[in-house]
Ligand binder design. Structure first.
Ligand SMILES: [Zn+2]
Length: 182
């Protein structure tokens, strides 16, 4: 998976936001350059969750304002929130309430003196880690090996085999042909 590239100054600013909101969860929106995967904008938003010490809900007014604005700038949308006393791992609620399957979800985990950062793809209940690249310099050129042409052929072949097997099963279930009257 393509890494999410975050320059160190932005990491610092995001953690500053997280610490300033603790013990409540901080949350906000990310603007990501789709070519390099670099986070180039971040927008702190109000947390509108009923219990902001345990959950987050990005302010709907901010969503309505910034999602079109970032899209107009050609940026990919991402989201971030903090776990003020926890791991940077999505909670059950984080997974079930994630409504943007194409967007990276960045989580800032603060536990005593340690601070950790992790990004996730939350796609219809499936949780996949996204590699992070924390640097002023771009990541090495990214080659998408997730679906090479050889694998595509293999998948197509498997599909064809399954399809023919289904036809064979369906044919074998047909009643015998009635005798042709003479
Ligand atoms: Zn969370």
């Amino acid at each position: 998976m393509k890494p999410l590239w975050i320059p160190p100054p932005i990491v610092e600013q995001l953690f500053d936001h997280a610490y300033s909101e603790a013990p409540q969860e901080a949350c906000g929106i990310l603007g990501i350059d789709p070519d390099s995967g670099q986070v180039i904008r971040w927008i702190a938003t109000a947390n509108r969750a009923a219990d902001p010490t345990r959950f987050y809900a990005i302010d709907p007014t901010a969503l309505a304002q910034y999602l079109p604005e970032l899209s107009d700038q050609g940026l990919q949308i991402g989201f971030y929130h903090s776990h003020p006393n926890g791991d940077p791992i999505p909670s059950v609620t984080d997974v079930s309430e994630a409504t943007y399957p194409e967007s990276p979800y960045l989580i800032l985990g603060i536990k005593q003196d340690t601070r950790r950062l992790a990004a996730w793809e939350l796609r219809y209940g499936a949780v996949t880690p996204i590699p992070l690249h924390i640097s002023d310099l771009p990541p090495a050129p990214y080659i998408d090996e997730s679906l090479s042409s050889r694998q595509t052929v293999a998948i197509l072949l498997t599909g064809a085999l399954v399809f023919s097997a289904l036809i064979a099963i369906a044919l074998s279930l047909l009643p015998p042909a009635p005798p042709i009257p003479t």
